[in-house]
Design a protein around this ligand. Sequence first.
Ligand SMILES: [Zn+2]
Length: 415
Amino acid sequence: MKLEKYSFGLGDRFGQQGFYQLKAIIKAKEAGIDITPVWNKSNREHNIVHTEPGDVRIEADQAVKKAGWKGQYLVDADHINLGNVEKYISSSDFFTIDVADYIGKKASDEDIKVFIDKNRKYIGQLFIPGIQKPFNVTDNLMRKISETFLYAAKEASKIYNFIAERKGAENLVPEVSMDEVNSPQTPVEMFFILNALAHYNVPVQTVAPKFTGRFNKGVDYVGDIRQFTQEFEEDLLVIDFAIKEFDLPSSLKLSVHSGSDKFSIYPVMGELIKKHDKGIHVKTAGTTWLEEVIGLALAGGEALELAKSIYTKALDRRDELCGPYATVIDINENELPSPETVKSWTGEKFANSLRHVPGHSDYDPNFRQLIHVGYKVAAEYGNVYIQHINANAELVGQQVFENIYGRHISRLFAL
Ligand SMILES: [Zn+2]
């Protein structure tokens, strides 16, 4: 199964917004940009919200039917490994094979020797078409890269083979992700990682590196945009070269696990994929559920009270809620508004504080990040939360649509 040129990985914690997310994809199509929607939900999210992988398939199918979508759409088993992939096999057709935990584990001496011997021709000046300065590949560098990534590539092939044997290779899109680590992978590392994946026969279609800079959940990019730009462009060119050099799928492209809302680098990414005529997969919209909370706040009355109590409880339990996300959030606790302050807010004020509009005087990234990791609190409200969402479906859905189309798609594709 070949993934099309542009695709968006859409998160939807509570599974209620598929139709409104798809409306944003449809609006992009009307504007001339074809995007494949890929609904994704990680194992961690399933555990916290108490949903099953099959629920995401049901949501996607229903959204597609309701909207009359005729294009490609997929369901992503997000960040899986051998230990948990089994339950995703039947309902997913996109698999994000997460090998981050295996990076740095050393492959056997024999495996390393075979790989290095096969790749001796790249030692010296390695020219990648389009990249001005050649990479200087020394014996040492080749060994170091092999010792860091070869084992992970072999693990990726084990997981891939496990899935392919059950589903059939032609029925799935494999992604390999390495984004949940501390140090970014450089373009020359990317070259050898793709080399290693090909070496182990993984027909990878999207690859998610860790880029330079911080990709905190639900807020903008923090880092050196110039360095990101160079790295991103070199990765595009390395992938282009690797497709031919290692006979990888022609659809292979970068996958950006954005953590949502990387507004300042969207234009950079958009210009570069246009310049080089490349595709992209952007995982985003994990913050769709924040749009639900914004909708509740705007609805007023009991719905607004519910939104406020989600914040108050999250504030109380901030250590517990922030723990699992410590590496991807930056909350300044001293600047979080007190429960009394929030209690006095109108729905409009609450919504403006939460909604990610950079430059808006009410926008509060601390408030936003805390609520974002507080989805566990909303999950504990169970049906009460879902009922309020559904009682205000139009208003909530409008926020979801506006966010994905207006703040994400239109920024990336300059629409
Ligand atoms: Zn990721």
